[in-house]
Design a protein around this ligand. Structure first.
Ligand code: BGC
Length: 765
């Protein structure tokens, strides 16, 4: 056969060319290659539009938190998905639903790059843990890690492979509603908790991310969002470098070092520059100094909001500034997809920056194993088995008990006796199955928490009577709507008073509604909303044997209750297992061991109030006149300090020792103390070590937490607790961000709260 027929030659050539193209195209799927090689092979094949597509993130089914972006409709989004112009979606959930959108990305686009699916898994997915601030009160890093593991387990079974958590924003302003999402006011505790949460979500090692039950984490909101002026959400942040380096950045740095795969920037401006367009934060510090190799996602429409801030004149300029500043992915501004390719063609954004951003995003997708199996999180069988499992409920119950803080316990009211008592339970929140679920519970069903009433009914030895007293809210409550409180209807007061009159103990569940804290929920009052304070005082008149159980997402200022009510239990919003946790603590089946992660003020005028403040030049009233740093109408100390929390037992501290008196800079300072359980119950104590650098080139806080240990002590038992302080604990950042350990005198204090403890000192040569 001399000449092959033309059609045959053409056919063979076609197959051959196609094979070469396919071979080229799919080489990034070769698992034997390293992730970096695979990223580069794929990047080489991408058009500028496809690259920009990877940097575009769309919300799924509903506009969760932000105003709906202009022109953003499902139809357009799905078209963009088909064009390969979407790299990520958020808030699509459910194995089946995620599979459906993933299928479009993988099977209908030219390169078939899988989506990364983000979701706000903030305190659990469907089986809810306590709100993060409550978890922080446990100071139990293992339990917090476990709680994040449970959340990752459920979320990943529902198609999700990336959580927008943990929130590592330090804040000392209880007016700010989002303190419920963080770990409180302290950067040391905040850093430890950040690491616990990240390793809980992602696993301990980098390779764990490829497992099916782990998800990528996200340290947010970078940066300084917790310092919004007057505690008003989204407000301006103006801050010194010293505060930025020493208070705000440490938990983010710890997150980066722990290998968190993503960061989210924040809505606020920082010293005039929006965080989203802030090259100092994102390029110099995060990607520069810290060498972070994951990616940065914007906050919801925060790229577009730079126009409203007055930092960009239009969408094109906002895009240019955001990308140049290091924001790799645009959440719901719809701007990168519209503007970025042209900006590159016009030379306003270098293609090398796009390549860097896309590489970061692809890297995380490869690490998750999405290219090897895009549907790995979409197993409906696993979804059914995992979500809401008995084991997960047990884990969140354990976390809930550990999060409770006993604030006051006089008259031996607690623990409650298990039989022969008449207990009257009062308060709308006591019979609420919705509020305890807290604010971020998008994947959970309403009214699925165990209420306090249900929890207490498990204890059948007593006579339990419930009286609502008064409604807390009026009308519907939801994640998006402003709450309306009952400020007038007191018609249930009399019945409640009547029931309370002859009770042995009155348990009152009062506080904030679960939707009262969280995003967009700033307050100027830190009191009990509605008619609750009045109800409390009315009941007190007929029976003062009150155990006040607080539900709240932030520190409250309750001076009257603190003075009058004999027992106070801080029970936050504890999630799905709330009622069981509260009942077990009230009845002494669990001895509370939580300690406050934020100072509780006496009144809102003291805010911001925090334990690691500065001395001022006039800290005490030495001259007995008004010219010292104080208030004329209220003490300057908090109502309950950071680190404070009681137990049903008592702990004694003795024999504080430091291994030497004088140290060289690089030597370790070893501190030990004996802690004895001197009471009548087995219990746990959080032993805390605080440091004060007495004289430095920048004034240092009066005390700073530099170590803690949760110790389990049987009654009568003594344990020696040892802390080792190294350069890491002894230094601070100057205003240029340099870390310094300066010679001189240091004081330490070791005890059960930031307020008092045993003291000693040492010197660094
Ligand atoms: C919040 C983020 C959240 C995002 C996505 C924003 O409004 O500030 O914390 O992750 O919405 O829901």
């Amino acid at each position: 056969m001399k000449n092959k027929p033309f059609f045959l030659t053409a056919f063979i050539t076609l197959i051959f060319t196609n094979n070469i193209m396919n071979a080229q195209k799919k080489d990034y799927l070769d698992k034997t290659k390293s992730i970096e090689e695979r990223v580069n092979l794929l990047l080489k094949q991408m058009t500028i539009e496809e690259k920009v597509g990877q940097m575009n993130q769309y919300n799924g089914f509903w506009e969760v938190t932000g105003p709906a972006p202009k022109g953003g409709n499902a139809e357009l989004k799905y078209q963009h998905l088909r064009n390969g112009w979407v790299g990520s979606m958020l808030s699509v959930r459910g194995a089946k639903e995620v599979k459906a959108v993933q299928k479009i990305a993988v099977e209908e686009t030219r390169l078939g790059i899988p989506l990364i699916i983000g979701f706000d898994v903030i305190h659990g997915y469907k089986t809810l843990s306590p709100i993060p601030l409550a978890e922080a009160a446990s100071w139990d890093l293992e339990a917090i890690k476990k709680s994040a593991q449970v959340a990752a387990d459920e979320a990943s079974a529902s198609g999700i492979n990336w959580t927008f958590g943990p929130n590592v924003d330090i804040s000392n302003d209880a007016r700010w509603g989002r303190v419920m999402e963080g770990a409180g006011e302290d950067p040391y505790l905040g850093s430890k908790i950040a690491i616990a949460r990240i390793t809980g979500f992602q696993g301990d090692n980098k390779s764990d991310l490829a497992k099916t039950n782990t998800i990528a984490a996200c340290a947010k909101h970078f940066a300084a969002y917790g310092f919004a002026e007057s505690g008003r959400d989204y407000n301006t942040v103006d801050m010194s470098n010293s505060k930025l380096y020493n208070t705000v950045l440490p938990p983010f740095k710890a997150a980066s070092t722990a290998g968190v795969r993503t960061f989210m920037n924040s809505f606020n401006i920082l010293n005039g520059v929006p965080a989203t367009g802030n090259a100092f934060l994102q390029r110099d510090i995060l990607k520069g100094k810290w060498k972070f190799d994951g990616f940065v996602v914007s906050d919801w429409a925060s790229v577009r909001e730079m126009i409203t801030h007055g930092f960009a004149k239009d969408g094109a300029e906002a895009t240019e500034k955001a990308v140049n500043a290091g924001s790799d992915m645009d959440m719901e501004s719809h701007l990168y997809v519209a503007e970025l390719a042209k900006l590159v063609k016009d030379g306003k954004v270098k293609e090398s920056l796009i390549d860097d951003a896309v590489s970061r995003i692809l890297r995380v997708k490869f690490e998750l194993g999405l290219f090897d199996n895009p549907y790995k999180y979409c197993d409906e069988k696993r979804e059914k088995e995992v979500i809401g499992s008995k084991a997960n409920n047990e884990a969140v119950l354990d976390m809930a008990k550990k999060s409770i803080v006993l604030l006051k316990n006089k008259k031996d009211l607690l623990p409650l006796k298990k039989s022969g008592q008449k207990i009257v339970l009062i308060g709308a929140l006591a019979n609420d199955k919705n509020s305890p679920l807290g604010s971020w519970r998008i994947a959970s069903d309403d009214n699925t928490a165990v209420s306090v009433l249900e929890g207490m009914r498990q204890y059948k030895g007593n006579k339990l009577i419930f009286e609502k007293g008064a409604d807390l809210t009026v009308g519907n409550t939801s994640f998006t709507a402003e709450l309306v409180f009952n400020t007038t209807d007191k018609s249930g007061f009399e019945k409640a008073k009547k029931a309370a009159t002859n009770a042995d103990v009155v348990v009152m569940v009062l506080g904030e509604h679960g939707f009262q804290s969280g995003e967009g929920r700033s307050r100027t009052n830190l009191d009990l909303p509605g008619v609750q304070q009045e109800l409390l005082e009315e009941i007190y008149k007929v029976n003062s044997n009150i155990v006040l159980v607080l539900n709240n997402g932030r520190p409250l200022a309750l001076p009257w209750a603190t003075e009058h009510v004999p027992a106070i239990v801080e029970a936050w919003h504890l999630g799905t297992q709330t009622g069981n946790a509260v009942a077990q603590v009230l009845y002494g089946d669990y001895n509370p061991s939580g300690k406050l992660p934020m100072s509780f003020p006496r009144n809102v005028g003291q805010v911001p109030i925090y334990y690691n403040n500065y001395n001022t030049g006039r800290p005490i009233n030495s001259d007995k006149n008004v010219f010292w740093s104080h208030y004329t109408d209220v003490e300057k100390t908090p109502l309950f300090p950071f680190g404070f929390g009681l137990s049903y037992t008592t702990f004694d501290y003795k024999n504080l020792k430091i291994n030497k008196a004088v140290f060289a800079k690089e030597e370790s300072v070893v501190v030990s103390v004996d802690v004895t359980n001197s009471g009548n119950y087995n219990g746990k104590e959080v032993v805390q070590l605080y440091l004060h650098d007495e004289v430095a080139s920048l004034a240092r806080p009066v005390k700073e937490l530099k170590g803690f240990e949760l110790v389990d002590l049987k009654k009568g038992e003594t344990k020696t607790v040892t802390f080792t302080l190294t350069e890491k604990e002894l230094g601070f950042y100057d205003n240029e961000g340099n870390y310094l350990v300066e010679p001189g005198a240091f004081k330490i204090m070791v005890g059960g709260s930031s307020e008092k403890g045993l003291e000693s000192s040492f010197e660094i040569k």
